[in-house]
Design a protein around this ligand. Structure first.
Ligand code: CP
Length: 302
């Protein structure tokens, strides 16, 4: 059995990323397969989730395996003081793989070091969300026909947005250009801009949503995440900084698609949903096929 974990998107080479995307396409065409019958996978969510948890659990069921786990850690022995280390060591004796979301950055890497089975990071604080990145890449490829040479405009909370951090690193394999649209309080952190500089990848920064709306192939909208702010006054200042509406899309590129990891709050008006540019609900559906592919690959089946 494979022992590889997926903690950061940088754990996967370009070839592994492309392999998972190709396998996901096969799962989209044939959604029910039972080759993981007899396996058990733990779904440990220490932080709220709708899409990631439910699509992972559906993927596990569609592959013929069984799921154990929790979506509310207050019902576990963590509330009696059990450490993450003990929880993971114990759960890894029961299962063949662990899918884990946790609010602390670095928690998934730590879990993978103490677990005896592969661990998939389903989001660790503001750090990484690699399975989201793979479904983002799948959606970009599906809509653009290529991952090469695209311009991605990332909008909103680029400081705490783990999905933007993972996506930026993954896209670095494919000669992208980036536009970072964020208020000063939520700018892309320096470490990620240094990463792009070290690879000679172009990016520009703006605070205006209108300024580069018509210059991109992918508009990657994000939510301003209240749960990441320590200063709630700062959250109140920036929470409604951008709202995209259908009237703003009259001159965008015809191939442009709007992605959003979801959930959304006020950053995309509902009138955008009916435009040909909205792709976020299909993007969320793609999470199922991509997560089937991730599980199969990490367990050594595809
Ligand atoms: N995109 C995403 O991670 O959504 P959930 O928080 O609902 O899992």
């Amino acid at each position: 059995m494979s022992r590889k974990s997926l903690i950061s998107i940088r754990d996967f080479s370009k070839e592994e990323i492309l392999h998972v995307l190709e396998t996901a396409k096969e799962f989209e065409q044939n959604k029910v397969q039972n080759f993981l019958e007899g396996k058990v996978i733990a779904s440990l969510f220490f932080e709220p989730s709708t899409r990631t948890r439910l699509s992972f659990e559906t993927a596990i069921n569609r592959l013929g395996a069984k799921v154990i786990g929790f979506s509310d850690a207050t019902n576990t022995s963590q509330s009696k003081g059990e450490t993450l280390k003990d929880t993971i060591k114990m759960v890894s004796n029961y299962v063949d793989m662990i899918v884990m979301r946790h609010p602390l950055e670095g928690s998934s890497r730590y879990a993978s070091e103490v677990a005896s089975v592969p661990v998939v990071n389903a989001g660790d604080g503001a750090n990484q969300h690699p399975s989201q990145t793979l479904l983002d890449l799948y959606s970009i490829l599906q809509t653009q026909g290529t991952l090469e040479g695209l311009t991605i405009n990332m909008v909103g909370d680029l400081k705490y947005g783990r999905t933007t951090h993972s996506l930026l690193q993954a896209m670095s394999h494919f000669n992208p250009k980036f536009i970072f649209t964020a208020p000063d309080e939520l700018k892309m952190p320096k470490e990620y801009k240094d990463f792009l500089d070290s690879r000679g990848i172009e990016y520009i920064e703006t605070t205006s949503l209108n300024e580069h709306l018509n210059d991109c192939d992918i508009l990657y909208m994000t939510r301003v995440q209240q749960e990441r702010f320590t200063d709630l006054m700062e959250y109140e200042r920036v929470k409604d900084v951008y709202t995209l509406n259908a009237g703003m899309l009259s001159d965008v590129r015809k191939n442009m698609k709007i992605l959003h990891p979801l959930p959304r709050v006020t950053e995309i008006s509902q009138d955008v949903d009916d435009t040909p540019y909205a792709y976020y609900f299909k993007q969320a559906e793609n999470g199922l096929y991509v997560r089937m592919a991730i599980i199969s690959y990490l367990l050594g089946y595809r």
